[in-house]
Structures are given as structure tokens and as C-alpha cells.
Design a protein around this ligand. Structure first.
Ligand SMILES: Cc1ncc(COP(=O)(O)O)c(C=O)c1O
Length: 426
């Protein structure tokens, strides 16, 4: 903790430190580690919390008498939409309950926008000369690969603690009609842990955009995933946008992937009623209805919105100690060294570690060689290019806590070694 910053070490002391870290690294090699901090997945213990789903539903009808075994109800089961409308602070008629993946809903929206345009488009996006998206960085890798697959260009802006750099965003969108949208993970962002403030949300909702059909993809994947009792409430983007005269600008996404089962949860889309009709209109060409049995199973399992909140508190008990452990080891091993900064997220699934610029790839490579898998450097940036080679995403939820400790200890050695190598020009 009282360690000297690397930059203040004499040449001799730096050489000593480098030797020490090389020795520590050699020792790591002998441990035969096989650890993985790449997966932003729930642990088996978390999945066990929802095992009663496997014995549900007990009924074939919902409270409105709908037979969930049959076709129909493209917008999803009303009881479940009502429950999640309350949790996402929107009206039930603004919510669609779909399949198991919100990422698929995002992809479908982008396809529909490309092929058909939005409710407020002059033409399909695919007929524009160029389409660009604003991407706060670091961000979620799959958002970026999805845009890349569609040939949508990405323009980055920095992500701050209170959300994307809103001055940069407003300047970009004001004059450039090819900028058609932006990603935001508003609550406990992947990977920065940032929470979009009310003020930033209001400015994004109201900002003038050269594109008349500008869309905010408000991916609230971690809306309910609190790591402390101080639960952040996401800004109410639909109301803010509507009040600012841009009701069709935001499309919100969420899912129970990290609430119940990642492979068998329910995904949600929420937007203006016109946007909902637009989405369902296109969806209806390829589906007669979602898995309403799964919807009813979730309704029976939770009972009500408070049931979801209570369930998330049980997740918190399992994963908060893992995040605390990441912070403890990093603080003990790297505190005061001036070789890394990291966040202590209050929710979500990730810790964002920034190492000495130019060393992130080296740290990941060093860790891999001693059996610790880290997300490839650059993953949290469009085209996998971190211009500073500084960012590493840590995902501590899946391994047991002892493995988190061992992995973080190894990561700390790799961070110090890479920093010492760089400082010594080794
Ligand atoms: C920001 C973000 N959005 C979406 C997803 C995936 O959501 P789903 O499982 O609903 O497709 C993830 C998963 O890691 C995520 O981090």
C-alpha cells in the first residue's frame, strides 16, 4: 500500500523491482494455474437460485385466461410485461417481452432499420450513403461486432463516471446526418460500471440531431444488478425523450439473462408505442408469438416486481464478495505503484482495469502464459483497437472466490512486471 510509484524509483531500485517481478512470474509458472476471468457469466451458484423455474409453470393459463401453450401474443404475456414495466419504470404498453436474448432484439432492430427504416426515417438506413454510430468506450464488444457486421461505422467518445461524454456526443450528432444512433449501457455499464446521470440522460434525450431518425440504443442489461444496498435507479429515458419532443429516439433493452437463466431467460424491449408497433410489425413477419410458457414460468417464479428485487439481492450476496476480492488484491499489490487504476463498481458484472499505456496486450499475454485467461486487450473498443493499449476487462462473477483471489494475484504480478519492463526499457 505504501509502495513507491514506479516513476519515482531510481534506476537501481527499478532494476531490483524488475528482478523481483521476474522471479515472482517464474514462480507463477510453477503453480499450474488454470483460471479464467473472461466470462461475464453467472456462476452455477447464481443459476441455482432460479432452479424452481425448472418445475414451473404449474398452470397453462395466465391471469387473463390466455392459454400460453398456443400461438399468439406477439408482444409477450401481459403479466410479465406489467412486472418488468414496473422494474424498468415504463408503461406496460411500451414493453415487449420476447425470447431469451436482448442482443437478438438489438440485432433485429438494426436489421429493420437497415432494411425498412424507422418510424421517423426518410428512407431505410441501408439506402443512405453512410451510417455511423456513436460508441462510448470502453464498451460492450458485441455491440461493436454487431455494427461491424452491418458495415455501420463507429465513432468513439469517452465514457465517464456519469455516462458518455455528452459534449462530445452533442457536437458529433448536431451536424452529421450520417450519425444515426448511439449505444448506451446506462446502468453499471459494461465494462466501466458507469451510471448515466439524470442530467446526461436529459441532454441526450433533448440534443438536436442532424439525422431526423436518430436512435439511442439504451441497453439496460444491468438495470437491476446492484452490488451494494445503494441501488442506482436508471434515468427514465423514454419520458425524458418524449418530454423533449423526441419520443421515438430511445429503444430500451433488458433481459433476465443474469437474473434467472442466461440461456433460458426473457428479453425485453421498451419504447414509444409507435416504436413498439413498428418493431412488432416487422417481427410478426417471422413469428406468430414468443415462448409464453417461459413467460408464465417467470411470472409464477417471481410473483411480482418485488420478487425480482429480492431475487437480485440473493445474487448480490453471492457475487459482491468476488468484486471485493478483486479490489482487495489489486489494492494490496498495486496500490501506490502508479501502474494501474481500476473501478470499484456498485453494480454490473465487470471491473475495468487500466494499466500503464502500451502494456495491456503484454499483461494479457503474460497472464495467458501462466494459465490465467483474460479478455483480449482491445476487446472493449470498436475494431478491437484500444488506441492506448491500456484497458483490460475483468469478469469475476463466474469463478469461485478462491479462484478470483489466485487469478487477481497473478494479474497483479503481470501488471507490475509489464510496467517495470516498460519503465526499464527491457
Ligand atoms: C451490455 C450488455 N448487453 C447485452 C448483453 C447480452 O444480453 P442477452 O443475454 O439478453 O442477449 C450483455 C451480456 O454480457 C451485456 O453485457
Amino acid at each position: 500500500m505504501n509502495a513507491t510509484p514506479l516513476a519515482d524509483l531510481s534506476a537501481d531500485d527499478l532494476a531490483t523491482l524488475l528482478d523481483e517481478q521476474r522471479a515472482a512470474y517464474e514462480e507463477l509458472k510453477t503453480r499450474g494455474l488454470k483460471l479464467d476471468l473472461t466470462r461475464g457469466k453467472p456462476s452455477a451458484q447464481q443459476l441455482d437460485l432460479a432452479d424452481d423455474l425448472l418445475r414451473l409453470p404449474t398452470s397453462t393459463r395466465d391471469s387473463k385466461g390466455v392459454d400460453v401453450r398456443n400461438y399468439g401474443g406477439l408482444e409477450g404475456l401481459a403479466d410479465l410485461r406489467e412486472m418488468f414495466a414496473e422494474l424498468l419504470w415504463v408503461d406496460p404498453e411500451q414493453v415487449v417481452a420476447g425470447g431469451s436474448s436482448s442482443l437478438t432484439m438489438m440485432r433485429d432492430c438494426l436489421f429493420y432499420l437497415t432494411l425498412f427504416g424507422a418510424v421517423d426515417s426518410e428512407r431505410p438506413w441501408g439506402q443512405e450513403e453512410k451510417v455511423r454510430f456513436v460508441c462510448p468506450v470502453p464498451g460492450y464488444d458485441r455491440h461493436f461486432t454487431l455494427l461491424e457486421s452491418l458495415g455501420i461505422e463507429m465513432v468513439t467518445v469517452p465514457m465517464h463516471e456519469d455516462g458518455p461524454d455528452v459534449d462530445a456526443v452533442t457536437a458529433l450528432v448536431a451536424d452529421d446526418p450520417s450519425i444515426k444512433g448511439m449505444w448506451i449501457v446506462p446502468t453499471y455499464a459494461n465494462p466501466s460500471g458507469s451510471i448515466v446521470s439524470q442530467d446526461v440522460a436529459a441532454r441526450l434525450a433533448a440534443m438536436p440531431t442532424a439525422a431526423p431518425d436518430f436512435k439511442i440504443f439504451w441497453d439496460n442489461a444491468y438495470a437491476l444488478h446492484h452490488l451494494t444496498e445503494d441501488e442506482a435507479k436508471s434515468a427514465d429515458i423514454l419520458t425524458l425523450a418524449s418530454a423533449a419532443g423526441h419520443p421515438h429516439r430511445p429503444i430500451m433493452f433488458a433481459s433476465t439473462s443474469k437474473i434467472t437463466f442466461a440461456g433460458a431467460g426473457v428479453a425485453f424491449l421498451a419504447a414509444s408505442t409507435d416504436n413498439v408497433a413498428w418493431y412488432l410489425g416487422h417481427l410478426g413477419n417471422g413469428s406468430i408469438g414468443p415462448d409464453k410458457v417461459n413467460h408464465l414460468r417467470h411470472v409464477e417464479f417471481f410473483g411480482d416486481a418485488q420478487g425480482v428485487r429480492d431475487h437480485m439481492a440473493r445474487h448480490r450476496e453471492i457475487i459482491a464478495p468476488k468484486f471485493a476480492e478483486v479490489d482487495r488484491v489489486l489494492t494490496e499489490r498495486l496500490g501506490g505503484r502508479g501502474v494501474a487504476t481500476w473501478n470499484t463498481p456498485t453494480g454490473g458484472y465487470f471491473v475495468n482495469l487500466d494499466v500503464v499505456p502500451g502494456t495491456a496486450s503484454r499483461v494479457v499475454e503474460l497472464a495467458k502464459a501462466v494459465g490465467v485467461a483474460l479478455t483480449p486487450a482491445g476487446s472493449s473498443f470498436p475494431y478491437r483497437q484500444d488506441p492506448e493499449d491500456t484497458n483490460i476487462r475483468l469478469a469475476p462473477t463466474m469463478p469461485p472466490v478462491e479462484e478470483v483471489t489466485a487469478a487477481m494475484d497473478a494479474v497483479a504480478t503481470c501488471v507490475l512486471l509489464a510496467a517495470a519492463e516498460k519503465a526499464a526499457g527491457a
